[in-house]
Design a protein around this ligand. Structure first.
Ligand code: THU
Length: 156
């Protein structure tokens, strides 16, 4: 039997078309790119993660000369939040922004490994985690839940 999957997402032409809470989260993600340690790729990624109590945790990519030892901004943010606030493992929304070597904000879409991690925290909390991806020129793509980014994620 043939099956079909459909995911939906929204795209906005300008950050300013989003609700103010999302505008703030995206601007925190832009600021978070300053924390990136990316001497090898020159690609700075910033994440802002909104917790259930309204606190925002920032993350950024942390690279290493032994390349696979580095970590993406998304996992840096969610692991930091989980480790520092284990009593508050409630994640409302996560915003992601890239900044290229010319200093221009650009698209960053979570890699497969980060999607797997986001999906597990979302599943554990029992409510959706919105994912906001900055695109080029101020446009934004919004997924209502992290699991939309990774159907058939691993579990056992
Ligand atoms: N990177 C992230 O931090 N998040 C993503 O969503 C994709 C890629 C990082 C990993 C590496 O430090 C750099 O971007 C270039 O791949």
């Amino acid at each position: 039997m043939k099956h079909q999957l459909m995911i939906s997402y929204e795209e906005y032409d300008s950050i300013n078309d989003l609700p103010s809470i999302d505008v703030r989260l995206l601007s925190d993600a832009m600021a978070a790119t300053d924390g990136a340690y990316a001497p090898y790729s020159g690609f700075h990624v910033g994440v802002a993660l909104l917790l259930g109590d309204g606190i925002t945790v920032k993350g950024s990519n942390q690279e290493n000369v032994a390349y696979p030892s580095g970590l993406c901004a998304e996992r840096t943010a969610i692991f930091a939040a989980s480790a520092q606030r284990p009593e508050m493992r409630s994640y409302i929304a996560l915003a992601i922004v890239g900044r290229n070597s010319d200093g221009v904000y650009c698209e960053a879409s979570p890699c497969g490994a980060c999607r797997q991690v986001l999906v597990e925290y979302e599943r554990n909390q029992g409510h959706p985690m919105r994912v906001l991806c900055y695109l080029a020129n101020g446009r934004v793509r919004v997924f209502e839940k992290a699991s939309d980014l990774l159907p058939f994620s691993f579990d056992f």
